[in-house]
Design a protein around this ligand. Structure first.
Ligand SMILES: Cc1cc2nc3c(=O)[nH]c(=O)nc-3n(C[C@H](O)[C@H](O)[C@H](O)COP(=O)(O)OP(=O)(O)OC[C@H]3O[C@@H](n4cnc5c(N)ncnc54)[C@H](O)[C@@H]3O)c2cc1C
Length: 432
């Protein structure tokens, strides 16, 4: 019997295991794949992720395997802007790109080094002795039924608490009772690797307009993230919100985007490293409930991707750590009731921010509004720099600069206009 069983050794599960093991609790971290393993991702770490990795003692390892970059280069409607990450008292003014193949095992093994039991190649297939929730929470469970993939051996892994960080599909999370709020945004993205002479550039590129062969703007955005290892990560994303995006397919979008950037980056059949792969990005805390009598969900399983920029790694580390904090308190005080602090802490950390972000993406999901805003914004560099700080959640509590003032105004606006009103504003009568 472990103190805590954690399902999934992605950013959220491994960070949770790290912080619990560091506090001296017995932890079992269950991962169905064997490290190192591929995970479809843009491979971009913002300053928020770097901060969490540094706190887990991993920045030297990330620097050794990854590529340090200084900021974002935005392209759109004929303009280009190079924007350094802002100075901040907590977060560094740089990020890294690093493949998930190289990154994820680092955190899992760091947790193992502190005493966590890491079960690689073991899949949690069902909840053990599930108990229905009283009220609106998650179901409770005594652990999980797990299968060792190499041998097919089935066994039970028991824990006083169960934390589920099993990613975007979150089968175990759904078994616990999570559901998505379908009127909130969901991201879809696709990425592929290419070799490129420009693999070690100091910027990550974001393209705010993708065009079809006729030159018309199509819904979605594109990125090129240099990996520093001879390759670049090339991908596209779009949001489920807004009728105009329906019927757009990420494979077609990637085709257009690669054609658009092929000459500049040397993207072609020879430089292509293999077929592109995709996934979903559950955002803005769209999945709930997140807390039960002895159960919690974290990371993508709780829908914690930032709707502003599709970033999910930092929020995986952060929610894993928040969950470790409340589970630690529950163990220390022998009071499982402490778990309900988790929702409160998520709300303190992200409540207002995600509300603004959901409103923002809902509005820019409308192509006419996007074109007008980006077309103007790209020509006002100071505005875009402040927007970058807001979109990457790098505002400062100790300062009242334009980003901070602008953000507070947006919070007030999001408070005044209920979510439903955005549907009406955009003429989405079905959702309203
Ligand atoms: C195309 C794309 C590009 C993206 N680009 C970026 C980016 O550049 N930067 C960024 O910050 N975010 C990005 N994201 C989002 C980011 O990948 C996720 O938000 C992040 O990985 C979430 O971490 P997690 O720990 O919650 O889940 P995951 O990283 O998905 O980890 C879940 C783990 O659980 C394991 N697992 C699942 N089920 C079971 C089971 N039953 N038993 C045992 N193990 C199980 C899986 O194998 C996996 O290792 C991108 C996402 C996509 C799809």
């Amino acid at each position: 019997m472990f103190d805590v069983v954690i399902v999934g050794a992605g950013p959220s599960g491994s960070a949770c295991a790290y912080w619990l093991a560091q506090a001296g609790w017995s932890v079992c971290l269950i991962e169905k794949k064997n490290f190192p393993r591929e995970k479809t991702c843009g491979d971009g770490l913002t300053p928020r992720s770097v901060h969490q990795l540094a706190q887990m003692g991993l920045e030297p390892a990330v620097a050794a395997h990854g590529h340090r970059y200084q900021g974002l280069r935005a392209f759109g409607f004929g303009a280009t802007l190079e924007m350094n990450w802002p100075e901040h008292p907590i977060f560094p003014n740089y990020g890294y790109t690093i493949t998930r193949f190289n990154l994820d095992g680092l955190v899992a093994h760091q947790a193992e080094g502190l005493g966590a039991t890491l079960l690689n190649g073991v899949e949690a297939v069902a909840l053990l002795e599930p108990i229905e929730a009283v009220g609106a929470g998650l179901r409770a469970a005594s652990g999980v039924v797990a299968v060792e993939k190499a041998t097919g051996t089935t066994g039970e892994v028991r824990g006083r608490f169960l934390v589920v960080g099993d990613g975007q599909n979150s089968r175990l999370g759904r078994d616990l009772g999570t559901q998505r709020n379908r009127s909130w945004p969901m991201g879809m993205a696709l990425r592929g690797y290419y070799t490129s002479e420009r693999h070690d550039e100091p910027w990550i590129d974001s393209h705010l307009d993708i065009r079809d062969p006729k030159g018309d703007v199509v819904p979605g955005y594109g990125w090129i993230f240099p990996l520093g290892d001879g390759r670049v990560n090339v991908g596209v994303g779009l949001l489920s919100t807004g009728g105009a995006w329906k019927g757009v397919n990420t494979t077609k979008l990637q085709e257009y985007f690669v054609a658009q950037t092929a000459d500049a980056w040397g993207l072609n059949d020879e430089s292509c490293c293999g077929p592109a792969t995709g996934g979903r990005l559950p955002m803005g805390l769209a999945l709930g409930p997140r807390c039960g009598a002895n159960t919690l969900t974290i990371g993508d399983a709780a829908g914690t991707v930032n709707p502003f920029n599709g970033e999910g790694i930092a929020y995986g580390y952060e929610t894993g750590r928040l969950a470790a904090g409340v589970v630690g308190e529950a163990l220390l005080t022998n009071d499982p009731g402490a778990l309900c602090l988790y929702d409160e802490r998520l709300d303190q950390a992200y409540g207002d921010y995600f509300k603004v972000a959901r409103a923002f993406v809902r509005i820019i999901s409308e192509p006419r509004i996007l074109t007008a805003c980006v077309g103007v914004g790209m020509r006002v560099e100071p505005l875009m720099k402040e927007l970058l700080a807001i979109m990457a959640n790098l505002m400062r509590n100790d300062k009242a600069g334009p980003a901070e003032v602008g953000y507070r105004a947006l919070v007030r606006l999001a408070d005044i206009i209920p979510e439903r009103a955005y549907h009406l504003l955009l003429g989405d009568s079905k959702a309203a």
